[in-house]
Design a protein around this ligand. Structure first.
Ligand code: GUN
Ligand code: ZN
Length: 447
């Protein structure tokens, strides 16, 4: 017997902004899709159509419309690097990377052997992401498989498009937080079988960073990528000068930090490297060649005193590297991708560079999707894409309301000005609502 299922159609009326090309390479006016009075039509949680309200209104006259007058709807923000077990130790005082890891991170992550505890933190973490308008993230769990189960169970319950993995680390850290090369391989394999492509979830093979993995462990990570070609590789690289010097000592047979991963076969499309502040020209070139991506984490890089990322080099025309924004909680200081873009702007300023609001918002949405090789399913409002989106209020505080008397920009110049103020002044208060596959997942009373 055949059954027919009724499709769910929804309509949203508001102002819409998304990106259809990369403004680092294409004139901005050609990249921005701006519809001052638009109608977004969804079918079963995916984009069916987006256009001017005037033009679509008759076609969808019998569909009830959810209207957000005076608001700006954008695709959900994408965080390309974050640690969920570090939620509780955000704002840990006084240290740079290696000392900070020993003093604060390892003791905090130790607690994630307890699944119930991991579940509690995963709940707080995902609430916080959604409140800030982040709908997809590439996430470090802890070394314990229980922490991955806890995270994915909670993400699955909320139907989120999330990528995560168990940390692999078999040396140079306290024994309470180490695995072995063999156990990390076996545990990761089981977790991939259990979670990769379950609902909207995806798995990332996650060696912490070169200093805490033996060569054998890195090779087994590569074996997993061979066995499961569509999983991700997620790690850190060239964040801090002492770290870079340590990697040189530990891997004296390699020609630099990236080469450690490269010799193990870990540098490829779907590989995401956090930070990359001290990369050499050759390393940028190699990342470009291999289609690997970098997560730019400005709040973290400033907080730990790590340095200033060279965004213009990563996004050069000669050797373009895919780049997304990462909060890197708990070295990062805010869950907000708006605040992350704010600090990215300032990092560029310190290097005599300009990061325009459209470039920053591209990195926060379609650019992040490209860095995660997910731009075929998320990142903008193209037809068929999953409808994860945010409703933004450019007048969410008294000062922002004073700064932006008219809610709806009338020209591209005005839009650039208003969205720049959103990046510089906005945070979770500017995110009025977050939708996942067309369903309301988080909202706040607008003041
Ligand atoms: N390098 C290795 N582990 C970490 C971590 O947890 N956070 C950051 N920022 N860098 C790292
Ligand atoms: Zn990190």
């Amino acid at each position: 017997m055949t059954q027919t299922f009724k499709k769910t159609i929804k309509a949203f009326r508001s102002t819409f902004l998304d990106f259809v090309a990369d403004p680092f390479y294409v004139p901005e006016a050609e990249c921005v899709r701006y519809i001052p009075d638009g109608l977004l039509i969804l079918e079963d949680g995916k984009v069916k159509e987006l256009g001017a309200y005037d033009q679509l209104q008759d076609k969808y006259a019998d569909i009830p419309v959810t209207a957000y007058p005076g608001r700006l709807i954008m695709p959900g923000f994408i965080d390309t690097h974050i640690h969920f077990p570090q939620t509780e130790m955000i704002a840990a005082y006084g240290e740079q990377l290696l000392e900070w890891l020993s003093k604060y991170v390892f003791p905090a992550e130790r607690k994630f052997k307890d699944k119930a505890y991991a579940k509690e933190v995963a709940t707080v973490f995902l609430d916080e992401l959604l409140k800030n308008g982040t709908t997809t993230a590439l996430v470090f769990a802890a070394v314990f498989p229980e922490s991955v189960d806890a995270f994915f169970e909670e993400a699955d319950r909320r139907n989120l498009r999330m990528i995560a993995g168990k940390v692999m680390m078999d040396r140079n850290a306290p024994s309470f937080i180490l695995d072995t090369a063999e156990s990390s391989y076996q545990d990761t394999k089981k977790l991939i079988e259990k979670w990769h492509k379950k609902g909207r979830l995806l798995y990332a093979v996650t060696p912490r960073f070169a200093p805490t993995s033996s060569n054998q462990q890195l090779q087994l990570a590569e074996k997993l990528l061979q066995e499961y070609p569509d999983v991700y590789l997620h790690t850190h690289i060239s964040e801090n000068l002492n770290e870079v010097a340590w990697v040189k000592e530990l891997f004296s047979e390699c020609n630099g930090y990236l080469d450690v991963y490269d010799q193990a076969g870990l540098v490829k499309e779907r590989s995401v490297f956090a930070h990359g502040i001290h990369l050499t020209d050759q390393e940028f070139q190699r990342l470009s060649e291999t289609k690997a991506a970098i997560a730019f984490c400005p709040t973290s890089n400033l907080f730990l005193g790590s340095g200033l990322f060279k965004i213009e080099q990563a996004k050069s025309a000669e050797h373009p590297v895919k780049v997304g924004l990462g909060t890197d909680i708990g070295a990062g200081t805010s869950f907000s991708i708006l605040q992350t873009a704010n600090e990215a702007y300032k990092v560029a300023q310190l290097r005599q560079q300009k990061l325009s609001p459209f470039k920053a918002l591209f990195l926060a949405t379609l650019g992040g999707a490209k860095a995660l090789c997910l731009d075929n399913i998320i990142g903008n409002f193209d037809v068929g894409k999953e409808a994860d989106f945010v409703v933004l209020d450019l007048r969410s505080t008294p000062l922002m309301a004073f700064r932006n008397p008219d809610a709806i920009p009338k020209s591209l110049e005005e839009l650039a000005d208003r969205t720049f103020s959103l990046i510089i002044m906005g945070d979770d208060r500017a995110v009025q609502a977050t939708y996942i596959m067309g369903e309301l997942a988080s909202s706040q009373q607008s003041g």
